[in-house]
Design a protein around this ligand. Structure first.
Ligand code: SF4
Ligand code: FE
Length: 485
């Protein structure tokens, strides 16, 4: 049965035996760890919504390999409609969780791999596409979460992989055996690392012949021997340890990132999808990056939550009818929907590529992601403007619950007389969470650097734009050149 329930998903992650470090200690059970659990809940939502009739059209798809109904996160896009539904799925999940739900990186890696393995086979007569399809069917049949792992630590950014003083700063092949390869290195800032069944490793940049040992792509079960996870801190992460949910802002959901170390990890040949074909590293990176830039429809969903929270606090404070407040809410909506336009547009303008995979419009996907590096910051600024200073001066839930202090909080933190102070505090804590707390990692910093930092998009925008053609248009109208030129 391809579709797992959320409970089955959580138990399948519990079964993994991994080496995980958090706050200087080994974590045996990540599933019940209070710091990690909200991020697991966010991924579980990708399973929960796929079970619901009202969301089935968005959350599920028909496998082009087996014809089975599968979770869309394991699907290879077969049409423009699939691409558009992917964008809608991102917004939907962002709005249900208010954070990064982590599963997109694997979906984007699978789709990029479908094209790169095929193209490599065309050139070299290799068997990567066949291997990939077998692997894909395993992922679809078992409804697995794949972590698409691209970002190497990179060391000295001015040097290519083979010139680094420490050769492990880009993940590379150290040995080859009859059965497979042994790899060493690390992948940094890996979204959803601990909530994934599989890790799909890809190169992080285009490679030259001298870097061919670094041109390697493969998939391994996330509990393979030699893999070590070191959990990344998020601002205000210890709030998740507080006993009252009120102080957590978004107690149920969150995202996470980790450093994944590959300490001489063995990969069998049937899970290797690129091996030293260095000229296909860039092919894969560009496709993955464009897909993942489309995926940033997720931030539109988080924006929906933030706009809802901001309107609510405006009403609780009695300022919702002020014209400047109304106008600021309109501005937030305008920016958020502009982001949505970009994600839908790059999907609608997609095209069919070999071997039948639908690819987003690369220029529009990069323009979309460039907007994502900016607009959430402005939306967050407007939310903080309307929320007021209480956002950063609220007392703790312990004080709210204290018989003496609580009396004063309930009296002096109340705004509109029919709204309990606790409701006002709860909504302010949610705004705090999204604009300054753990979810701000996903809503702001990840918007900046996830799927590539802003400059990476500008390089692609320059490459994909035909400025010469625009010049010809202008020169014709200015009658510098004739129509037929
Ligand atoms: Fe998906 Fe968005 Fe998280 Fe990236 S940041 S994994 S696109 S939810
Ligand atoms: Fe991301």
């Amino acid at each position: 049965m391809p579709l797992k329930t959320p409970a089955e998903y959580i138990e399948s992650i519990r079964a993994l035996q991994r080496t995980v470090y958090l706050f200087g200690q080994k974590v045996e059970n990540t599933v019940d760890n209070p710091i990690i659990k909200p991020s697991l809940n966010a991924v579980a939502m990708t399973y929960a919504l796929a079970q619901k009739d009202e969301y089935k059209d968005i959350m599920t798809a028909t496998s082009h390999i087996t014809g089975n109904v599968i979770n869309r996160f394991t699907h290879i896009h077969q049409s423009i409609d699939d691409l558009v539904k992917k964008s809608k799925m991102g917004r939907l999940l962002g709005s249900k969780t208010g954070c990064c739900f982590q599963r997109c990186v694997g979906m984007d890696a699978l789709n990029a791999l479908s094209m790169t393995t095929y193209a490599t086979d065309q050139k070299y007569g290799t068997q990567y596409y066949h291997r990939f399809l077998k692997y894909l069917q395993y992922v679809q049949d078992n409804d697995l979460v794949c972590d698409g792992a691209m970002t190497d630590p990179k060391g000295d950014r001015s040097l290519p992989p083979h010139k680094q003083e420490d050769p492990d700063l880009y993940l590379h092949v150290v040995r080859e055996t009859n059965d497979g390869i042994i790899v060493r290195g690390a992948k940094a800032h890996q979204t959803g690392a601990l909530n994934s069944h599989e890790i799909i490793v890809m190169p992080t940049i285009a490679m030259r012949p001298e870097d061919k040992d670094y041109a390697v792509t493969f998939a391994v079960p996330s509990d393979t021997e030699g893999i070590i996870y070191i959990y990344g801190r998020q601002s205000c992460d210890t709030r998740k340890l507080e006993k009252y949910t009120i102080d957590q802002g978004n107690a149920l959901f969150g995202g996470h990132e980790a450093l994944i170390v590959f300490d001489d990890v063995f990969v069998p040949w049937d899970r290797v999808f690129m091996y030293k074909e260095h000229e296909f590293a860039g092919h894969l990176v560009e496709r993955f990056a464009a897909y993942h830039r489309q995926s940033y429809a997720c931030k539109v969903g988080v924006g929906d939550v933030l706009i809802g929270a901001t309107q609510t606090i405006a009403e609780y404070n009695g300022i919702d009818r002020a014209s400047h407040v109304k106008d600021k809410i309109i501005e937030m909506i305008h920016l958020n929907e502009t982001l949505y336009c970009g994600s839908i547009a790059c999907a609608s303008e997609g095209r069919r590529e070999e071997p039948g995979t639908y690819m987003v419009n690369t220029l529009l996907a990069n323009v979309h992601k460039q907007n994502v590096t900016r607009f959430p910051y402005e939306i967050a600024r407007l939310a903080q403007d309307i929320a007021g200073g209480a956002l950063v001066t609220l007392p703790s839930a312990d004080d709210l619950n204290h018989p003496e202090a609580g009396k004063w909080i309930k009296k002096y933190f109340k705004a509109k007389s029919d709204i309990p102070a606790e409701h006002r505090i709860r909504i302010l804590r949610l705004v705090e969470n999204i604009t300054m707390g753990t979810a701000a990692v996903g809503y702001l910093t990840e918007s900046m650097h996830g799927a590539g930092s802003p400059q990476a998009q500008r390089i692609m925008i320059a490459r994909e734009s035909n400025v010469k053609e625009k010049q010809t248009l202008a020169k014709r109208l200015a009658q510098i050149i004739k129509n037929e030129d």
